[in-house]
Design a protein around this ligand. Sequence first.
Ligand code: PMP
Length: 374
Amino acid sequence: MSAIAYLDHNATTPLRPGAASAMRAALELAGNPSSVHRFGRVARNLVEQARDQVGELAGVSAARVTFTSGATEANALALHGAGRRALVSGIEHDSVLANAPNAERIAVDARGVVDLSDLERRLAENGQPALVAVMLANNETGVIQPLADVARIAHRHGAIVLCDAVQAAGRIAFNALDLGADLLTLSAHKLGGPQGVGALVNVSDVALQPLVCGGGQERGLRPGTENVAGIVGFGAAAQEARAGLSQAPALAAERDRLEGRIKAIARQAMVVGADAPRLPNTSCLVMPAVPAETQVMALDLDGVAISAGAACSSGRVRASHVLAAMGLGPDSARSAIRVSLGWNTAAADIDRFVDSWTRLWTRVGEPRAIGSAA
Ligand code: PMP
């Protein structure tokens, strides 16, 4: 059994070996992709090869891919760059919510699925050209959203669709055109590439203003010398992740085994979003009566890495807006943990998690749950 069970792939996924070696080779190169000489041409070719690889993962041509510093920047570029009134689902990532502070929030149901009739009503009420932001899969629960239906409704009302596909990419197969997304965002480090690189995919030629001015890189939409090694790592990871999609059913089986064992041990344990279609790798579990931070720390001491609901920023755990939008009470939300599997997860990692969780449950959870029922 490995010394550590890393089960926090939704926070960041370990670098895939192919991405690491491609990046090492790229770091040895001197060229600026904008230079005309041979060094520049080599760097340019690497960037363009990565653009092909990322385009293939999203099912679009390379010309539609703009590299950014990550999905936070890609979401900001889409929301500010399109300059439209925004409607966002209540379960979007902070990088969407914070870049659209005046946006209307589209409701989600108790399963964590966006409410299509609420979307329809809001679009019908206000005639202004809108941008509708709905993610493909949620980072906390893994719940997959009905993007094609969202797009059909949005387009009927003259709105465009921004789809944050960060957590879905490399975990489920999809095609930006079939989804009906006009803009789609990706992050390298959630699919086995490096941190600090992402992409905005402009599927349907949406007119966009850049966030920063400078040189003409990325067609002027994202000026600045390219992060060549990061982009190369992104491309290699995208290719490996695409090839690894066939392993999704096996991953889902491991995730189901994990949830089955937890529910067999603790009758009170709840799987959030279990009634909706979900990513194969994500499990959001509520262990009643035990705060999420207590669980994260206890599991960490046993060498098991998971997270409390949403990944905390700067070590600060906030109440989850996702779980609140689903109508989960504050007590349950405070006890929610997220276990997320990935390309290097072994059955032994799941066993290690279940063993550690069981020890905590019998020591703290079960006595408290019995106490609170009395
Ligand atoms: N969207 C979602 C759904 C995410 O999970 C994340 C990362 N937590 C982001 C956007 C932001 O991506 P990045 O870390 O590349 O800025």
